[in-house]
Design a protein around this ligand. Structure first.
Ligand SMILES: [Zn+2]
Length: 269
C-alpha cells in the first residue's frame, strides 16, 4: 500500500463523516451545513479532535466526552464503509473519470442505504438529484459502449446518453411494473415510489445492463434477508424490508464486479 492508497482511504473516511451528517439530518429536515455537529444527547459541540473518522469513536470509548452518552456504531461503520468503497473504486479505475463519477454515486448510495434502513425513506434530494447528476455526467462513466475509455468522440458520448436513458427507463419501468402487479394481485402496496425513483437514478449512472444486474442482485439479497427475518427471527411476513437498501448494495456490487459477474453468468448458457 503506498501513499496514494492511504490518501484515497483517508478522503473516503472524511467523506463518510459528512455522509453521517446527511443520514442523520436530511430525514429530519435539517441543514447539513449548519450548525456544527453536536452530541444529540447533551448538545456538547463536537470539536475537530473528537470528529476524526473511526479513530475518535474508538479513542473516546464510544461515548460522548461531555455527558457519557453512547455514540452510535453507525457513525464509524459509515466512515469505514465509505473509505473501503472509495479504495475499491480506486483499485478498479485509478483516477480515470469513472472513479470521480462513482465516488459521487456510491456516496449517494451509502446515504440511501442507511436512511432507508432506519426510516424506510428514500429522499428525493438524493434519488432525483442523483438521477439528474448521473444522466448529465453519463459520458464519463465506464460502460458497455465506453469500455476502455478511449478518445471521447461524439458517437461514444451519444451512446453513453442512450445507455443511461435506457437504464433510467428500464430501472424505473421494471420496478413500477412490479409495484403495479403487486397492487393488483395482492391489493397491497409492495413498493414505494422511492424505490422506483432510486432505480431510475441507478439506471442513469449504470446504463441498462448493470441496471438489470442491480435489480437481480437486490431482489436476491432481499429474498435471502427477508427469509432470514421470517424463518429465523420469526418476524411476520408483513415486516417491511428496506428494499432500497438492498438495491443500493446490488448497485455497488454491480459497479465494482459487474463485468466478471456478467461474464460468469453468460458463460452458463
Ligand atoms: Zn453528550
Amino acid at each position: 500500500m503506498n501513499l496514494i492508497d492511504v490518501y484515497v482511504i483517508v478522503v473516503g473516511l472524511m467523506v463518510g463523516s459528512f455522509l453521517n451528517v446527511c443520514i442523520y439530518r436530511v430525514p429530519r429536515g435539517r441543514s447539513v451545513v449548519q450548525p456544527r455537529s453536536a452530541c444529540p444527547h447533551c448538545n456538547h459541540p463536537i470539536s475537530a479532535l473528537e470528529n476524526i473518522p473511526v479513530l475518535s469513536y474508538l479513542l473516546l470509548g464510544r461515548k460522548c466526552r461531555q455527558c457519557g452518552a453512547g455514540i452510535s456504531w453507525v457513525y464509524p461503520l459509515v466512515e469505514a464503509l465509505t473509505g473501503t468503497l472509495f479504495y475499491l473504486l480506486y483499485i478498479k479505475y485509478g483516477f480515470l473519470t469513472p472513479f470521480w463519477v462513482n465516488i459521487v454515486f456510491f456516496s449517494i448510495l451509502v446515504i440511501l442505504i442507511f436512511i432507508d434502513l432506519f426510516e424506510r425513506l428514500l429522499p428525493n434530494v438524493f434519488t432525483l438529484g442523483g438521477l439528474a447528476f448521473g444522466f448529465v455526467i453519463a459520458p464519463f462513466q465506464s460502460g458497455e459502449f465506453f469500455p476502455n475509455l478511449g478518445p471521447i468522440n461524439l458517437s461514444t458520448v451519444l451512446l453513453r446518453y442512450v445507455d443511461s436513458l435506457l437504464g433510467v427507463l428500464m430501472g424505473a419501468g421494471f420496478l413500477w411494473l412490479v409495484a403495479e402487479v403487486y397492487l393488483r394481485v395482492k391489493k397491497i402496496e409492495g413498493m414505494g415510489f422511492g424505490d422506483i425513483k432510486m432505480m431510475a437514478m441507478v439506471g442513469a449512472f449504470l446504463g441498462w445492463q448493470h441496471t438489470w444486474m442491480t435489480i437481480l442482485l437486490g431482489s436476491l439479497l432481499g429474498a435471502l434477508i427477508g427469509s432470514f427475518y421470517i424463518f429465523v427471527l420469526g418476524r411476520g411476513a408483513k415486516y417491511e424490508l428496506p428494499f432500497g437498501s438492498f438495491l443500493a448494495v446490488g448497485a455497488m456490487i454491480s459497479t465494482l464486479w459487474g463485468e466478471p459477474l456478467l461474464t460468469a453468468y453468460l458463460s452458463q448458457f
